[in-house]
Design a protein around this ligand. Structure first.
Ligand SMILES: Cc1ncc(COP(=O)(O)O)c(C=O)c1O
Length: 410
């Protein structure tokens, strides 16, 4: 079964315009169903939660439904394991504020040099409180994180390891299951930044056995809003960062200070509507399945389609002798997502994107806030990499048009 692009693209009104969006790792286009849910909330249940009157109860149930959907698609055991916040950056910082209170000076945290700064800065800042930060660096030739290097960094003092599930520049999917096992054998916690992974693949936090997991809805066809998962037994032990009178047992509320954004919490259910509609369109006989099983089917279609787009674009780049792909040069969907970065010998990356802009194709240059990676690879002075980031709604025709435009420029 192949993904029906006509069906898919109709669900994203912005795709009906004359722009081609290849900056999806920066942010995806929004589903119409998401905007409808947001409107529905604001127009019919925009009241404060927790009161006894009916509209307040309806609002509370709607928001709970939003949390439950996110719990379902990541396969959390319980809905109380999901925390909502304005961005992954904010959520990871909140987590660091709470977690550090369980640590002592001299304890160690390991971060990578290929993460977005959202998953480095909050941990590095804990140095001020005596925490020792160690960097797990990628291999400069393969652009991979080698678990053997991690083994050398782990120590009895390591309390926490945080890494990206997939890099927003390299596109590489890290072998996180193996890494999580390694970290757990050392008695430490693991956190995954899944912002660059979540638009492309469906995770399973239980199978991964990951302790914390964060992603942002605005990269997964929804609004600017984010979720952090934490294992219930760990969340229970974390200190409260909310008001003093919020109970230590009140998860996720003790780690989610202030009101969550109600309309966005409910609005993201528009993504559930999309998955339902997409599965009903492609597999009408599977209507009986639960939402997680439907999401699995949908993401399999996404992955297969994205792999083909990736293969086409990589094939073009691989033929150019003056191009270096910053990441894997192969399209295997188990090893990479459709985020492709490259540089051209002796060319400042921004000069290429400027030339493409006029064709109404959105690609991008830069460090994408993975500043340490770009500096480490010596690419800062040439304005970083050129990044073409695709998702399932992109078409082969769009890829071919980009190739046609890039070909004479390289
Ligand atoms: C891999 C990765 N992590 C974290 C972030 C930050 O997410 P947010 O904007 O929700 O803070 C981004 C944003 O581009 C990202 O690509």
């Amino acid at each position: 079964m192949e993904l029906n692009l006509e069906f898919v693209r109709k669900q994203f009104p912005a795709l009906g315009g004359d722009w081609t969006y290849f900056d999806n790792a920066g942010g995806s286009q929004t589903l119409k169903s998401v905007t409808e849910r947001i409107s529905e909330y604001l127009l019919t249940s925009d009241v404060q939660l927790g009161a006894s009157y009916e509209v307040s109860r309806i609002a509370g149930n709607r928001i709970q439904e939003g949390f439950q959907f996110v719990a379902d698609i990541i396969n959390a055991r319980e809905v109380s394991e999901v925390i909502f916040g304005s961005s992954t950056t904010t959520l990871l910082r909140q987590l660091s504020h709470s977690l550090v209170q369980t640590m002592s000076p001299g304890d160690e945290i390991i971060v990578t040099n290929c993460d977005h700064e959202a998953n480095i800065g909050p941990w590095v800042n804990l140095e001020e409180q005596g925490i020792i930060i160690k960097f797990w660096e990628i291999n400069q030739d393969s652009f991979e994180l080698d678990p053997e290097d991690l083994k050398r960094l782990l120590s009895p003092k390591t309390k926490f390891v945080s890494l990206t599930y997939a890099s927003n520049i390299l596109g590489t999917i890290n072998p996180v299951k193996e890494i999580i096992k390694l970290v757990h054998e050392n008695g430490s916690y693991v956190c995954l930044d899944a912002v660059a992974y979540a638009p492309h693949r469906l995770p399973d936090v239980q199978v991964l056995d990951v302790d914390f997991y964060a992603f942002s809805f605005y990269k997964v066809y929804g609004p600017h809003y984010s979720a952090l998962y934490g294992k219930k037994e760990i969340l229970k032990t974390l200190p409260n960062i909310n008001h003093f009178f919020i109970s230590e047992d009140d998860i996720p509320y003790k780690l989610q200070p202030g009101s969550s954004n109600y309309e966005l919490s409910y609005g993201y259910l528009g993504c559930k509507d999309y998955i339902e509609a997409l599965v009903n369109f492609h597999f009408p006989e599977k209507d009986y399945l639960d939402i997680r099983s439907k999401a699995k089917l949908a993401f399999q279609l996404f992955a297969d389609h994205e792999e083909k787009l990736t293969a086409r674009f990589l094939n073009f780049l691989n033929k150019k002798e003056n191009v270096k792909i910053i990441g894997k040069t192969t399209s295997d969907k188990n090893e990479r997502v459709a985020t492709i970065s490259f540089i051209i010998d002796g060319v400042v990356s921004s000069t290429i994107t400027e030339k493409v802009d006029k064709y109404k194709i959105g690609i991008r240059f830069g460090d994408f806030y993975a500043r340490r990676l770009i500096v480490n690879l010596g690419l800062f002075d040439q304005n970083g990499v050129i990044r073409v980031s695709m998702v399932h709604y992109n078409t082969m025709e769009e890829v071919d048009r980009l190739i046609e435009i890039l070909d004479p420029l390289i």
